[in-house]
Write a protein that binds this ligand. Sequence first.
Ligand code: C2E
Ligand code: CA
Ligand code: CA
Ligand code: CA
Length: 275
Amino acid sequence: VKKSGGASACWFNAGMGRELAARNAVEAGLRTAIPAGRIVPYYEQQIDLATGRLMGFEVLARWDHPTEGILMPGLFIPIAEDAGLISDLSMSIMRQAFEHAAGWDAALSLSVNISPAQLKDPWLAEKILKLLIETSFPPQRLEIEITETSLFDNMALAQSIVASLKNQGVRVALDDFGTGYSSLAHLRALPFDRIKIDKSFVMAMNDDPESTAIVEAITRLGHSLSVPVTAEGVESAAIADRLRGLGCHRAQGWHYGQPVDVQQTRRLLADRSLL
Ligand code: C2E
Ligand code: CA
Ligand code: CA
Ligand code: CA
């Protein structure tokens, strides 16, 4: 039942009752928060390493909770997936993000995370394309991020969803590459437009030669396949410099800025004349 959630109690112990109650409270809360638009997009800058230019943003879900403040996705995304609410949550986030970004500089893209459960929905591509039309957001400015986990249950369906989206100009990135059940075969099975190196490798580049070797290998693989590579979790100028030296294309992380809400994003864009 539990999918994530770090230090929390195990399923059979005395904490079970409390845990279940907390989980049910989150689920009940989501049922009103999603239609009320209180699951909101935060924006994390994505930077071209060669030029330093802002290329776009990754869209990250936050729960703007009336009493608890801003809640992180690790708390509610796994529960939304379990409870069958992830599609509604995702569509609400995308609608808000497309509406926001439609008014920004047309060169800026949005990268949106798609859950494995959503890639089992035969109508996913239609739903996204409909939303793009309704918000007048150009499909060419949208990239979806999917993980390899998404591809296990129904590769044929995932392939057809990806084909429909790509047909309309939406790009597709392989997220968290190098973690989980990675298989190089996935890079052949789907025509990815980008590979994203998981932050666990990038953040360890300072003190761990193995991580640096893995980042280097993934970047070279991207070059060989002509697929651009993004590194997430870039926290220092030193790591950004090394990634640039490796020929990594894009970077995102605290070094450039933490994810911020739409008001702060607008301010940042206004400062750069990108509004
Ligand atoms: P992800 O897709 O791997 O997103 C990257 C995560 O790393 C984000 O955490 C981001 O804030 C964090 N991060 C980026 N750069 C740095 C850095 O330099 N240092 C550190 N310490 N962290 C960094 P966040 O926002 O907590 O999101 C966690 C995960 O929740 C995401 O991982 C994604 O899998 C999921 N998620 C977020 N929003 C959505 C959504 O709208 N839909 C779905 N299905 N999943 C989402
Ligand atoms: Ca992502
Ligand atoms: Ca990641
Ligand atoms: Ca992820």
